[in-house]
Design a protein around this ligand. Sequence first.
Ligand code: SF4
Length: 456
Amino acid sequence: MDKIRKVLLVNPSRFLYKEICVPPVVLGYLASWIMQHNDVEVKISDEAIGHNAINDINSFKPDLVGLTAMTEFSLRAYEIANEARKRKILTVVGGKHATVLPEEVAEHVDIVVRSYGELALSEIINGRRDRIIEGKRIEDLDMIPPLPWDLLEMHKYLKSYENAHPFASVFWPSKLGFIMTSRGCPYKCIFCYNSSEDRKLQFMSPQRVIKDIIELKERYGIESLCFLDDNLFSHRKNLKELCALMIENKLDLKWMCASSVNYVKEEYLEMVKEAGCVQMSFGFESGSERILSLLKNNMFTIEDNLRAIRLCKKAGIKVAGSFIFGIPTETESEIRQTIDFIKQNSLDSVNIQHIKPYPGTELWNLCKEKNIIPENFSWDSYDTRSFSDIFSYKELSNFLVEAVNSSNQYTLRRAISRIKSQPQIVFRMFYDPRFTHIIKKIISNLLKSFKRVRAD
Ligand code: SF4
């Protein structure tokens, strides 16, 4: 058996995310772990920011290609694995899709890793060759070395912010860094991958997290930070300590995070606000009590959602909400209740998703039961970037498009009304690097056209 010396870790994607793009931190932690425990050279290929994994295989010539894949990119992952296998390179796939459908994935690759990746990948590097491996977790997340920002090419993700439309500055603060401090979520919403697996909730210590944040700030000059945790508020003691450390270290960062509505308490909001929190995201999901309890497994009510909004507004923290349309059995009037919820609560940012049933989730089973999964369906049918009604009840599909348009128009109107009430935002847009970037692009295109006309 040949020794593994070079490892290419791949984030497959069918789309190039031209605007704000989140670094693949899970691959980053895998890389930092295997580099610490094995004598290997590692490269990360992220197709979401324009890498081409097959070109990277040709140029880097790895001994092992490790892929992670969400369901929507699993076919692209198989394509890359196939190319690697043609070149006699060992292929390993992990991630959510591989965890729920290991037999399907094993038809396309040499080894499938279910659940946790770090320890299993180290074992594979050292010769383990089972077809399907149940990955064991690292008990103490602080044992994982910091993210290898250079390997991740952090500057490209910071750059992706510059390419975003300047209008986005109404919602997004500048120079945005990302960090993930925990794994898992205590809830089991029926549409979420977390419902398909029993994962122990794990947290990094606040002391470890603050070190990583300081490194991001010192090395990349970030001015704002997005916590990628599913539920940052779920460990209140850690949150309290982390906020105290952020204040003590005078980080002066604007940050945002996601939480479940039930964790929102006045005293915590005061604390996070003082530590720099400017926006919280919640999965409100629906304005209909029936649909909300279906999606959230009876965990939350509309009143819980309203309470979280009230408390955040009182504390001066912006509220971003996500919603899902097109749930099996959802009626037109229930969708209207969601639109009303969005409009009546003056949310600062709204994200509307059409139903995407992932295999292994309860929602998937429900859709199967109701015959909503179309026959011509493939994993490529999911489109993470835009509204797609592939899983709709036929009789609702026209209305769903109308509903999404209406909600999107609301988001635009809301942005315009914020500009009207805070005209300083316009000045901020002028000073925004992306605004100058776009103006420069326009001028350079005009100059090019002018030169072409003169040459003709
Ligand atoms: S609260 Fe969020 S992360 Fe947790 S299970 Fe529900 S949707 Fe998933």
